[in-house]
Write a protein that binds this ligand. Structure first.
Ligand SMILES: N[C@@H](CCC(=O)N[C@@H](CS)C(=O)NCC(=O)O)C(=O)O
Length: 204
C-alpha cells in the first residue's frame, strides 16, 4: 500500500491514521506543481484530480478524497478503533465531523494556500472565516471531551489536527479557542502524530 502525500498537507491525516492502524505502507511524495511523484511517476495518471492524498492498494486500485481514505483505513482495521461501526449513529456523527472538516474548515484555508497572496482586509476576513469555522469545533469540545467523538481518538481527530494546525502556519491565533488549542497539544503528543510528522520532515 502506498500513500501519496505532500509534507504537512491534508494527507498527513491519512499518514497518522495508517500509523495508528499499524498498517505497513510506503510514502510517496508528490510535487503538485509539476505533478510528478518521488518515484518519477506522472501523478495525474494515479490521481487525475492532481491533489493529495491518494491511497494505492497492493492490487493497484486507488482511492482519493481524505474523508473516504480515512474511513477506508479505519474500516479495514477495526481493531485500531479509529471509527465507530458503519451504520451506527456514532458513525454518522463521525461522518458529520469529517464532512464539516473537509468542506468548511479545510476549504476555509484556501485563500492562504491557493492563488494570489491575500493581504489587508481580505486577509482579515479570511482569518475571521477560519476562526468562525473552527469555533464550531471548539463548541463540540465544550463539554471537556478529549476528542471529537468523546474519549476515543478517531480519524476525524487526525484530520482536525492537521487542518487546525495550519492556523499557526498562516499566523491565525487560536487563543480564543482554548479547548481546540488543548486538543491540538493532546493530539501532537500521540506517538503516531509525532512519527508521521518526523517522516514528513516536519519534526526533528
Ligand atoms: N477534496 C480533496 C482536497 C484535497 C486537497 O485540497 N489537497 C491539497 C493539499 S491539503 C492539495 O493537494 N493541493 C494541491 C497543491 O497543494 O498544489 C480531499 O478532501 O481530499
Amino acid at each position: 500500500m502506498q500513500l501519496y502525500y505532500k509534507p504537512g498537507a491534508c494527507s498527513l491525516a491519512a499518514h497518522i491514521a495508517l500509523i495508528e492502524a499499524g498498517v505497513p505502507f510506503d510514502l510517496v511524495a508528490v510535487d503538485t506543481d509539476t505533478q510528478r511523484t518521488g518515484l518519477g511517476e506522472d501523478y495525474r495518471a494515479i490521481n487525475p484530480k492532481g491533489y493529495v492524498p491518494t491511497l494505492r492498494l497492493a492490487d493497484g486500485r486507488t482511492l482519493s478524497e481524505g474523508a473516504a481514505v480515512l474511513q477506508f483505513i479505519a474500516d479495514r482495521h477495526p481493531e485500531a478503533g479509529l471509527a465507530p461501526h458503519a451504520g451506527s449513529f456514532a458513525r454518522a456523527e463521525l461522518q458529520e465531523h469529517l464532512n464539516y472538516i473537509a468542506s468548511e474548515v479545510h476549504k476555509a484555508f484556501k485563500p492562504f494556500f491557493a492563488g494570489p497572496t491575500v493581504e489587508g482586509e481580505a486577509r482579515e476576513a479570511a482569518a475571521a472565516h477560519v476562526l468562525d469555522r473552527l469555533g464550531h469545533m471548539e463548541a463540540v469540545l465544550a463539554d471537556g471531551r478529549p476528542y471529537l467523538d468523546g474519549e476515543t481518538f478517531s480519524v476525524a481527530d487526525a484530520y482536525l489536527f492537521v487542518v487546525a494546525g495550519w492556523a499557526g502556519h498562516v499566523g491565525i491565533s487560536l487563543a480564543d479557542l482554548p479547548r481546540l488549542e488543548r486538543f491540538l497539544a493532546r493530539v501532537a503528543e500521540r506517538q503516531s502524530t509525532r512519527a508521521a510528522q518526523r517522516a514528513e520532515g516536519l519534526l526533528t
